[in-house]
Design a protein around this ligand. Sequence first.
Ligand code: GLA
Length: 378
Amino acid sequence: MLIPAPPMGWNTWNTFGANISEALIKAAADRVVELGLREAGYTYIVIDDCWSLRERDPKTHEIVADPAKFPGGLKTLSDYIHGKGLKFGMYSCAGVRTCADYPGSFGHEFLDARTFASFGVDFLKYDYCNVPVSGQAPLLYRRMGQALRACGRDILFSACNWGTEDVGAWIRSTGAHMYRSTGDIADNFKSMSGIATGQIPRLSQSAPHCFNDLDMLTVGMFGKGNVGSSGCTLADYQTQFALWALMGSPLMLGCDPRTMTPEIVQLVTNRGLLRINQDPAGLQAYRVNHCWGNPDCFTLARLLEGGDLALGCFNLSESPCGNLLLLEQLGLTYESGLRLRLVDCFTGEEQHSGRDTVTVPSLPPHGCRVFRCTPVKA
Ligand code: GLA
């Protein structure tokens, strides 16, 4: 199965943790459609950890959905989700037990893949807790990769070993379509900005068909939920969304779709940012420069299909900073005779660069600007 652009959807974990149910998933799926999120591309509805009984069926050894949480069973829920034009995602773990101590798939990979296929699953997140010492990440992810290929259904394989064992070096060999590269995100600015900046040196390890997953977004959580801490401001969430978009991360929402504010819906459906994230060329973003040597104030660039390029200017620091960018740093020399027409992805405002430089006005702490740029005759 080919996955040319970063997968998009919603996952239960960030807000709900173990507190999941059939009613919740149905309500979330309904809201994803009503809010226009499905139309924007958020198609995967993913149930994370804590969906099963604590033990496998003693006779068949299958993992069994908890009937108290999912009284209608997972196939019925899957049919409901598919009936809404959405796709159904689930969770298991390469270890003996999941991170929240439910049965893991170690030693049962092929059986579990068939079970997921029988539920009509389209996406499997595969975690890495409680792995026996005999287990090695490349082998265990290859095993589930093979099991999914043999299960008779196309299932997107979402690996989650948090960047351990140099995952970027071998994950493509497992058939995974996306892979977590860091520990768990928390709903505060430091956590999310640390995840993004930590992955800047690894931008070459994300490409079509296997994307570096910066974790489920905390955008819109405002401190409510399972990875809660202080929460963030709307401006913080804009910066998070812009970073995930430019860096080509999968976009899995983690807030409560039932209570999303209009500003958050507007942010996560921003057409300019989504177009950059989903750009068909899938090229590597790169860091152009730092502002006056400040590591928390920098510009990312990314070439886009059709000749445009994206520029994202970020200030992750606690004081204002501006930036001056030399076109030459983007490969556009003075003798090219070109300058840039820049369209601001948040405001739609248009401006032109000089022939040598782009001046980014002072950004407030935690602020960002993202532009879609077209090289034009100077
Ligand atoms: C790990 C993962 C999280 C989540 C939990 C569930 O911590 O990294 O994203 O799936 O397990 O227990």
